[in-house]
Design a protein around this ligand. Sequence first.
Ligand SMILES: O=C(O)CCC(=O)C(=O)O
Ligand SMILES: [Fe+2]
Length: 307
Amino acid sequence: MKTTRPTAGRSAPPTLDTHAIHDGLREAAERIGLTAAELEAPTVQQTVLEELTQAVPALADLTRQAGQQLDVHGAVRFTGLPVASDVALIGLLAAFGQPTSRGNGAPAERLVYEVAPDDVATGPTNLSKGRAAQKPHTDSPVQHRPHEFLALACVTGDPTGGGLSTVARADDVAAALDARDGGATTALLREEKFPFLDTPLGLNKPPVIAPVLRRTSEGQWRVRFRHDALVAGFQRHPDVAGAAHREAVDAFTTMATDPALTATFQLAPGDMVLLDNTRVMHGRTEITGTAERRLKRIKLFGEGRAT
Ligand SMILES: O=C(O)CCC(=O)C(=O)O
Ligand SMILES: [Fe+2]
């Protein structure tokens, strides 16, 4: 008998509604009034969080709840945030880790990086400046230690219903692979044999060679994955991985893009999704609207990480 998978896909990240504190947060952030450059220092970020929490006491409960959801699901979504304010976003995110410009955007690194189609950009440019769909991936796969967290805040949506956000959990993808072949594919993906190369900007740099999957002592799966970074790595460094490893990546890609394992949702202005970049992959469907879809992308180092 043929088994069929559920067609509904996974549920989207749990949502925390912040409309009630929108104005309070925005006004408190305006009073603080720091620039992006001034917001880079972790001590400043913590002070901003404290000042925002003093002005808006409900923030303490919000960050506690969000932290719990992030632990359980690897993802949480806020609605109704004053996303125009970088101070508000960085202050809120400082509760979960250390927002950093390091590795956020190329060639120029930014604390708050704008993800928006740039149709007039010429030459090799960052993929997040295009309109194409992005397969589920983790960010910063070509860094020796990828950022632990990632936030995407929506300033302007795609009014035609394109640019939908997708997420897929490493636990779900690994479990589905294991159910199919008893662990053969995930065993290959845990080997330190995968050459990641930044495309299109870093093709001539040495690859970062790392496993796609790791398993924690608690049995949780951790992922580093970007399909185009691996395709480029296999092409330029054909001796690092064997045919079996390439096939394992193909199998992983197929599973990670399976609608049954993917949650799809639309970010609206004022929404921000916060992801554990080591457990949950994200992507988006093609941007189809002519109006500008604009997200702010913020990358965070995990708490306690030596910098
Ligand atoms: O546009 C999106 O929704 C996601 C963009 C993205 O994944 C990225 O810039 O890393
Ligand atoms: Fe990304």
